[in-house]
Design a protein around this ligand. Structure first.
Ligand SMILES: *Cc1c(COP(=O)(O)O)cnc(C)c1O
Length: 471
């Protein structure tokens, strides 16, 4: 007989696991932020063969402490300022656990109506929280879906764009060679190039448009020229990706202008607001979304800055027919009365995989626990800390700021140059006291202070500046 964990054993170990996580959050601040292990250290501490006989769950928890914890970089540490912090929170973890417990596959409405309807509803709520245009609500021609990541959102936006611009031909015939082009800023996240590769366009189909040196945003006239050049050569513009909060620098593209240029040539305008978009929970930051009403799709990641642990990318389209047209295939074994009636959403048609987790539960738990008010406070707190940090950088003439910093990302460097800036990063990161990462702005190495941890407070930012600014 297979020895499943009984409900009583599950209760006991479940309590231990919850206690482990609660202890972890109580103690995380005392751990070195960046894991200090060497490549291969973790595998060397694991048995080379899997166990023949089952082991008690205590053995797993023991190895978690002894073997794995030294190889963890503590993303939930309050002094994690690298990349963009990836928020977790109590309600999100519990929501995710419930999703695991239910173990449903929400691929069709019929395979768990609650999984579909809660997701549609929570994304409408979230659109309201961000004050997104009505085109993205499920009550019109659009709607929202939770994607695994912003990279998946870029890929499905591209697939939908190709469907629309080709009149449905690309699904049957593929994309050919050199037939379609995609445009984005040279500051845009690598996910757009990856989408071009995955969709079979190849990286050569991507046109990286130069940015304005002061704002680091795409220059619309250069986008227009690139598109017109392609059109003259018989290449079809399929997709323009605008960034609201580019990963390196936080740059914000002029979305409305880019949308108008894209639409004049039949191209789709996708907005990647993976990190910054959630700031719009607070009305004073809603200007970042100017022009989004003219976009065809938009995404932002609650799994970065809105207290919802990975994976949770909120993706909205203004025209769901293009997305579903591009991705829907209905084999016999998935046919059912609800789908046939046309009265329901089947989210399998809105993303790449068939199966899907009940991810709406964690976002729902977060929105209900914090309320709109709590979410606003969360974002405002980090923006205020970043503004303070930037003022310290500006006041110290050994340093310079390299990009506008209206939200919670500050890009800066030592005036002494690239080598000194890199050495500073290595020094502070190897101290274990904090973690930050770098980028290149206009050919110069720059440090990125991304403030956004769930547990980050003023004292952590002060300590970071202390460490960075003391030679
Ligand atoms: C982080 C980031 C991404 C990638 O996010 P994933 O959800 O991890 O795929 C894409 N675009 C921007 C602007 C980002 O900041």
């Amino acid at each position: 007989m297979t020895a499943h964990m009984t409900p009583d054993e599950f209760r006991r170990y479940g309590r231990e696991v919850i206690d482990w996580i609660a202890d972890y959050y109580e103690n995380v601040e005392s751990l070195p932020v960046l894991s200090q292990v060497a490549p291969g250290d973790i595998r060397a501490a694991l048995p080379s063969d899997p166990p023949e006989h089952g082991e008690p769950f205590e053995a797993v928890l023991r190895d978690l402490d002894d073997v794995l914890l030294p190889g963890i970089t503590h993303w939930q540490h309050p002094s994690f300022f690298g990349f963009f912090p990836a928020n977790a929170s109590g309600p999100a973890i519990l929501g995710d656990l419930l999703a695991s417990g239910l173990g449903v596959q929400g691929m069709l409405w019929a395979t768990s109506p609650s999984a579909t309807e809660l997701e549609t509803h929570v994304l409408d709520w979230f659109a309201t929280l961000l004050d997104l245009p009505s085109t993205f609500r499920s009550s019109g021609s659009g709607g929202g879906v939770i994607q695994h990541s912003a990279s998946d959102a870029a890929l499905v936006a591209l697939i939908a764009a190709l469907h629309r611009v080709s009149g449905g031909r690309t699904e049957r015939e593929g994309v050919g060679s050199g037939r379609y082009a995609v445009y984005t800023s040279e500051q845009t996240h690598s996910s757009v190039e990856k989408a071009c590769r995955v969709a079979g366009l190849g990286a050569d189909a991507l046109r990286k448009i130069p940015v304005d040196p002061a704002t680091l945003a795409v220059q619309p006239t250069l986008l227009r020229e690139a598109i017109e050049t392609d059109v003259r050569r018989g290449v079809t513009p399929a997709l323009v990706v605008a960034s609201i909060g580019a990963t390196g620098t936080g740059a914000i593209d002029p979305v409305g202008e880019l949308a108008d240029i894209a639409h004049q040539h039949g191209a789709w305008l996708h907005v990647d607001a993976a990190w910054a978009g959630v700031a719009a929970v607070a009305p004073e930051f809603r200007w970042i979304n100017d022009g989004v009403g003219r976009a065809d799709s938009y995404c932002t990641n609650p799994h970065k800055w809105l207290l919802t642990n990975f994976d949770c990318d909120a993706f909205w389209v203004a025209d769901r027919a293009a997305l579903v047209g591009a991705l829907s295939i209905l084999p016999e074994y998935l046919r059912n009365a609800a789908t046939e009636s046309g009265a329901v959403i089947d989210y399998r048609d809105w993303h790449v995989p068939l199966g899907r987790r009940f991810r709406a539960l964690k976002l729902w738990a977060v929105i209900r626990w914090y309320g709109a008010e709590g979410l606003r406070e969360h974002v405002r707190g980090h923006v205020a800390l970043a503004q303070e940090f930037a003022s310290w950088v500006a006041a110290d003439d050994r340093f310079e700021l390299l990009a506008p910093h209206p939200l919670a990302l500050v890009t800066f460097r030592l005036r002494a140059g690239d080598e000194a800036t890199r050495a500073l990063m290595e020094r502070v990161n190897s101290s274990g006291e904090l973690y930050l990462t770098h980028t290149v702005v206009d050919g110069k190495v720059a440090l990125r202070m991304a403030i956004g941890g769930t547990l980050t407070e003023s004292r952590h930012v002060q300590a970071a500046w202390q460490l960075l600014s003391s030679p």
